[in-house]
Structures are given as structure tokens and as C-alpha cells.
Design a protein around this ligand. Sequence first.
Ligand code: ARG
Ligand code: ZN
Length: 849
Amino acid sequence: QPTLLADYRPYPFDVTGVELTFRLSPEATRVVARIGFAPNPARPGRNDLRLDGEKLKLHSAKIDSKPVKPDQDAEGLTVPASQLPDGPFTWDAEVEIDPKGNTALEGLYMSGGIYCTQCEAEGFRKITYYPDRPDVMAPFKVRIESDLPVLLSNGNPTAKGKGWAEWTDPWPKPAYLFALVAGDLVAVSDTFTTMSGKTVDLNIWVREGDEDRCAYAMDSLIRSMKWDEEVYGREYDLDVFNIVAIDDFNMGAMENKGLNIFNSKLVLASPETATDGDFERIEGVIAHEYFHNWTGDRITCRDWFQLCLKEGLTVFRDQQFTSDMRSEPVKRIEDVLTLRARQFREDMGPLAHPVRPESYIEINNFYTATVYEKGAEVIGMLKRLVGDDGYRKALDLYFERHDGEAATIEDWLMVFEDATGRDLTQFKRWYTDAGTPRLTVAEDWSDGSFTLTFTQKTPPTPGQDKKKPRVIPIAVGLLNPNGDEVVPTMILEMTKATQSFRFEELASRPVPSILRGFSAPVVLDRDVPAEERAFLLAHDTDPFNKWESGRALAKDVLVSMIGKDEAPSQSFIDALGRVLTNDSLDPAFRALCLRMPSEDDLAQTLHDAGQVPDPEAIHAGRGALSKAIARSLQKPLVATYDAMATPGEFAPDATSAGKRALRLACLWLLNHIDNGTRAAALFASADNMTESHGALACLIEGGRGTREIGAFYERWKDNRLVIDKWFMVQVLHAAPKDAAPTAERLAEHPDFEWTNPNRFRALLGALGANHAGFHETSGRAYRFYADWLLKLDPLNPQTTARMSTAFETWSRYDVDRKSMIRAELDRIAATEGLSRDTYEMVTRIRAAD
Ligand code: ARG
Ligand code: ZN
């Protein structure tokens, strides 16, 4: 029973208005709905009225004030066309729901005594009967009745009294953007004056006691509002903008119109409790959800296959924002690291799917790195191909043409074609074809002309065996042997399977710098001699490729150490030393250069090279290289560690964060040779979470830190976000043999509130991310992990399904590991009553065999 893109048909009725009344009560909330329907001219003839609804107790239903008896089933109800008036009519219904019993955290539920909602993608149908699909857009009026002090919904507050409040949202919206919050909350408030001079009230709602951790989120919101005006010309369109922080939340955050609901970990931050990484994520997600107001809310998606229309674009916008607020090259490297770690992994495995999928069983399973991150990369390529002006023209046209509509990827590409005159027929394959293209390069040099010949090939993915060539923008620059740039960055537009590009009149054979700025989400398969990589690491003017060269060097060295037992390369270590001590380079950039490729990344690299990765050998190899670097570069590492201290008052800005990142990167390496003395000293003296958490991670990685783990707990036991870190750090950095036992022990801890998604992810997510620990030979971690998935599934299918991706790479490994994982996947799939979410995921993963 998959849903297919090809089956799309408009809904037979337009919704002209929605009025909802909520009588809140934890176990028996009444929802009274009055909905205006009118025949949709796009679907002529007489049609049944079909409304979605799940887990609703229907108390009464009327059409034009006359009681009706609809046909009910598990997924909704139907009123036959014969019982409907000819023209417009009014539907009245009263249902009862149980927010307290709602552990799936979808629809209306309770988190720590606060009523809240999560309706994307299909949660509204758990609130009342409704055409719960994004192309049905309507203005909403909401009345909330409750004794709780704070009652919020979408739009503007229009009336209130003792025990009730009314909200009106004038902007037509799909039901997935509906939100309601009620609770004992306090606001941190500010205002923003828009470019046309309107004042908007801004509130961040939190529990009493959390007010002093909202300043950074508020500052980020104000900067986001300003940035969207300056860069995209987008102004906010309501009198108020509310954000609420909630502890039990399946995802990061949600862009409900005028009432964004956030996972509290993406709102609350102070220097003592949040790391620099947390600050950066808060800034990025606050921006992301705010930017959705235009790319998501004002213009939404016709159906869920078009999810990347809003998510890819909004991720792209939040990436632009962060690179404007912080450092562009550092942000680019960070984004590519995540893309490779999550999206490439997905694209090369059993869960590969196009940026715009064509079929799904459970849409919640398609909020993926491919839809989000690759969706953003595709927009980056479009921008590269049409240029900054073309992009701006296309976006202006998009907002003008589709405001108030539910649009498609075809609409999106059409505005680019119309604004720039470009034919995007071939480019569209980036949306329809799954898989990561692999690019090989041949070089030719003769008589002052240099030719690069590229060949592209995309491996088969589930359901798509043959791939046609794609448009690939390849940014290239040329350096001469002295390290001077002789041809600055230009975009080569590759459109064929094999294609050559020639550079003329060169004085000497150049060194090419290919795929600068990571200009396309492809794998560049190119055997480059170590000297050339070192040359680019030293001389490339493109910061991304400068970093990339060092990264590739590190990988080559690690692969030869792991696979062939070779000694660590001294020339690599020397090159790294030159980066470390080059004060003209941004500390954040140097920190990224010092960071070793992840074990999962190395496993994929070995697998691509036709080897069977051995997780323990990878772990050992990475440790050995770190140790060799620390020995050889001890002096400059110590000097840099000292120089990167950030005394004085903590500042979360990018420059200070970059210093701390470099300091911790030095500490990480030195920790391999100093018996943990520096980490212990830093842990004892640090006044900020970045350093105390970093120091603790080093101690645990070195098999130490028992005392510090205890001290950390005592200090932070009343702060749940910090205790999440406490769970995570112990499992993530445990030695391969200790990971599963540590996780098992911590699962018995009284604070392991496993129904809270953050806490569950802190422990189980860390186990899945501890590569050598998860794949430890006994299979103990696999079993434990699967047990917990089965325990969570009946309560929270969405989080369970998402976490099953820890197994997605299983076919890389040896027969013993494979058969153990296969047995776990089969055990999960065979469990009676397994959710549709988890069933879809484990069967897709299992098919990799
Ligand atoms: N639209 C939200 C965001 O990107 C995410 C909502 C995810 N919901 C879900 N059911 N998977 O910010
Ligand atoms: Zn989003």
C-alpha cells in the first residue's frame, strides 16, 4: 500500500475556513471543528467527502447543521456524495482525544505538563477529522479553553478572557502547520521592526527557571529576520512570532506558522551548559525554522513527494545565513563533512532514494539527509550554474508567482527557466535519480595546453539500475609549480558521460585544483600522488580544496596503515605541522585540518576499495596515527594548545569558538601521549561546557575519567540537556570492548528516561555512532540496540524507525558480523505489531543483502 507520486489528484473540495475549539483536558480533550467546504473546480462531478482521522472518538458530526452518520474506518471517515449538498457546505464535528496517552509525540500530546503539537507530516489527523494533505490550504481560527496561564496558537492573538484565548491566522495554510501550546510558561521577549516599519512582538516561551538560557536564541532570531529581509527581500507577516521550547520532541524543531515549536536543546544555551557546537546549531535551526515562514509556509508543497521543495531550499538558506554570520569556508567544510557522513552513506546503501522520491509507505521515513542536505546541494549547484543574479531573479519570481500556493519541483525549475532562459531538463535528474555520481579524471599536457577529461558514473540504487549522465558543475582552478594561481576558479559544465576541457597557453604544466568549494555532491575518484596533495594543502587558494587535500592525505595514510600495516607517513605529519603553525590560517580551519577522518568514513573508503573493513583495525589505526602526530608535533601542539586559551568572559562568536576548537583538537592529539594530564587539568579549570565536555571526552577516550564522570553528574544532575551529554559522552568515547557494557549499565541508571527522545538518542545514538564499539565482534551491541528498538517501537515509532539506520551499512562487513546483524533485522521485522514506520525501514535495510 505505498503512496505514489504518479497517483496525485487534487482534493475534490476547497476548504474555505476552519474554526477549532479545544477544551483541554489531559486524558479527554474535546476538539470542536467547523469547516467550510466548497467543490473544487479542478475535480468536477459529485465526489464523496473523505476526511483523514486516526485515534479519534467521534461524538457528533453534522453537515449544514444536520446530523450525519459517516462511514468510519481506522484511517478516517467518508460521507458519500449522495448525502452532500450540491454546492458549498459546513462540516461540524466534535471529537475526543487523549493527549496524555499520546507517546508517539505526533498530534496533540503532553510534555512535562505542557500541551503541545507536532503535525508535520500527518499528525493533524490525530487532532480532528480533516483533509490532512499539504495542498489543502485554509485560514484558521482557534479558541483554546483551559485554566493554564499561557494559551498559544498560530497567527495573531485576537481575544482572550479568564480561561480562554482566541487566535486568528489570516494566512491560508495546510494542516501540518497548525500548532497549539498550553502550559505554565514564561516568555523572554523582544521586538523586531520590519523593513516596512511594522513592529513584531517576539517571544521565546520556556519553563520558569530557563529564562536565562534564551538570549542566544533570541539574538539568532533577530539576526535571521534581518538577514531574510536583506538577502531575500522577505518580510515577516504577522504581529507576533512565538517560539516554544519542549523537552519531548521527535525532531529538531517545527516551523508552524507564527508558532515555532522547538526541541529544548535547540533553544536553551548558556556558556556553562552549552558547547560551541550547540550555539552554532541553535543559531542555524532558529534561522531554518524562521526562513520556513516564506519557504514552507507562504509557499508550501503540493504533496509530500515535494518535501525537498521546502526543506532543501530552507537548508540552503540556513547554510547561507551561517556562512554570512560565521566563516564561509569553515561552514562549507562542516556541511560537506555532514553530507558525506550522512547523505553519502545513505546514497550508497539500501536506503538510497531520489531527492524527490516517487513512493513511500511512511512519509516520516523520508525526512532524510538526501531530502534535506542533498536537496540543499542541488540548489547550490543551480545557483552556481545560473550565477548570483540569475538566482536572485529566479527566487523573486518564485515568491511572486507561487505565494499562497502549494507548489512542485516542476514549478521550482520553471521559475529558473523563465528567469534565466536556461533549459533544466537534464538538470532535473538531480531530483529524480538516486545515487552519488563518481567522477574520474584524466590529465593531458602537451605544448602549453592542458586537458582534463572527466568521466561520470552513478552506481545503481534500489529500483534504479541505469543512470543517465547528469549536469555537473565542476569548479576548477590551476596553479603553476611555484604555487601561484594561473587560472582562477571557473565552472566547467559537464553534461556528458565523458567530457574534456582544455586550457591553452600555459607556460608550464599546471597542478589542477578540482571540485573547488565542493561544487557538486559527487565523489571524486582520483589517484593523486602524495606530493601533489601536500602541494595543494600548502598552496591551494581555495580553502575547501586546501582542507580536502589534507583530508585525502590523511585518508591515504590511514588506509595504508590499516590495510598494509605501514608506518605513519612523516611527510604527511610534517605537512600537518605546517598547517598547525600557520598563524595566518583561521584557527577553526586549522582545527578542521587536525581532525582525523571518522572511523565510519574509513570503513566506507575501505569498502569502496574492495576491502572488508575491520572496525577494530580502523580504530587502532586511527589511534596510532594520532599518537604518531602527537609525538612528532608535540612542541607546536603544546604551544598552540596554550595560545588558544580564551580567558575572560565567554563569547559564543565564531572566532572564539574557533580558538576553542583548535585548542581541543590539540588536546585530543596530546592526550595520546600525556597520560591525560592536560585533559584532567582542563576539566578541573574550565568555566565553559565546550572545554569541560571536550576534556571529559578525552579522558574517557583514554580509558580514564571515572572521577570526572562522577563530578560532572553531581554538578549537572538537575539539567536534563547536560545529563544527555553525560550519557552520550560515556558511550560515544568508550573503547570498543567497553561500549556495549557501558551502554547496558547506563540503561539501568535511574535517569535513563528512555521515552524521552533526546535521552534515548543520547544513549543508543551514541552506541550506534561508536563505530568500533557498535561493531565489536561478539555482537553484543547489535543485540542490545535491537532490544531497545523493539522496546521503543510500540510507544514511539517515528524515533525508532529513524534510529534503525544504525544498521544501514551492514553489508560492508564480514560474514560473521553480517549474519549477526541480519538476525537482528529479521527479529525486528518478525515482531508482531511492529509499527509501519519501523517495518518499512528494517525491510529496506535488510534488502541490502
Ligand atoms: N519541518 C521540520 C523542519 O525541517 C521538520 C519536521 C519533521 N517532522 C517529521 N515528522 N519528520 O524544520
Ligand atoms: Zn525544515
